[in-house]
Design a protein around this ligand. Sequence first.
Ligand SMILES: C[S@@+](CC[C@H](N)C(=O)[O-])C[C@H]1O[C@@H](n2cnc3c(N)ncnc32)[C@H](O)[C@@H]1O
Length: 348
Amino acid sequence: MSSPGGEHGDSASGTNRARELHRLVAGYQISQAVHVAATLRLSDLLADGPRSVAELAEATGADARSLNRLIRALAEVGLYVSDGDERFANTELGDAFRTDAPRSVAGWARFVGRPYHWQTYASLEHSIRTGENAFAAVHGESVWDYLAKHPAEQKIFDEAMTALSQVVTDEVVNAYDFGRFGTVVDVGGGRGMLLGAILSRYSSVNGVLFDQPGVVAGAHELLAATGVSQRCRVVGGSFFDSVPDGGDAYLLKAVIHDWPDAESVEILRACRRSMPTHGRLLLVEQLLDESPDPVRTAFSDLTMLVVAGGQERTTDEYRSLLAAAGFDLIGTVPTGSDVFVLEAAPAH
Ligand SMILES: C[S@@+](CC[C@H](N)C(=O)[O-])C[C@H]1O[C@@H](n2cnc3c(N)ncnc32)[C@H](O)[C@@H]1O
């Protein structure tokens, strides 16, 4: 039986639907191709204008014919444009993918295609069927223990976090007044991208950057480049033991979403123990119920399940989690980016 659109209409819309579905199915190919472009730094190499594939092959050490095929495919999704004769240039999107472009996600792209990460994501079905963290099932340990044993991957991961942080840093620093605190402790602060920006904005604020020893070891360069090293103490350790004392605000960006509820409460309680009664706890996270980019947040939630064993949460879920750790959620500040600042105070 045919629909009112008639057989021709049916077949045209059927073809479009098949194409749309095919694009969804092909997402993995695009992701890996973009990863390789970032790893070869193609957008960086095209910063000064069009170049031939032969030149790009020479600069990257890649096979010229295969590189041509890669760039041709990426031109179809809008990163590069051919000016004929096997010469390519950055499009606006390609230019924004330079490592040094403002808000560039190139560092993130260099991480997402890493073989160990793909192996993990290949076990998404395992996580969906069992509820278990795929990383532990595939690699036999947590992502944090794995990274600590693989310094080259740790570096790529930390640079990825720095890249993602840099996308939202201006918005977070503009949206929330960190200037009212004497000392801000950034717990699980990575290499200090956000803390560095806060200290750079407010010359009266001191900082403590706290993360695993192998992570903070790589933080000094960024803090020095931001000109805030003199006001920032760098401390290595585990937030399951304790976090540094002496902060007026404890900042955790993209940390609690890495963990299931029980571990999240442990981390938050460690902050509570180190915090004065007038202190503030500041979570910087995406929110499932308010996301300006629901696709990103919903897929980030899957990534948390698969990679770290955590989850994205709604405002109410954060409120309950905070209450279980002895905090009242007192405000949720939108930043205009994909993340919110959730402000909490010790419960009385
Ligand atoms: C998703 S990253 C976020 C990094 C940074 N806050 C940002 O937004 O760019 C989570 C951070 O938690 C840190 N982390 C994981 N386990 C930790 C532990 N037991 N103690 C301290 N930090 C830890 C990781 O090293 C990593 O830097």
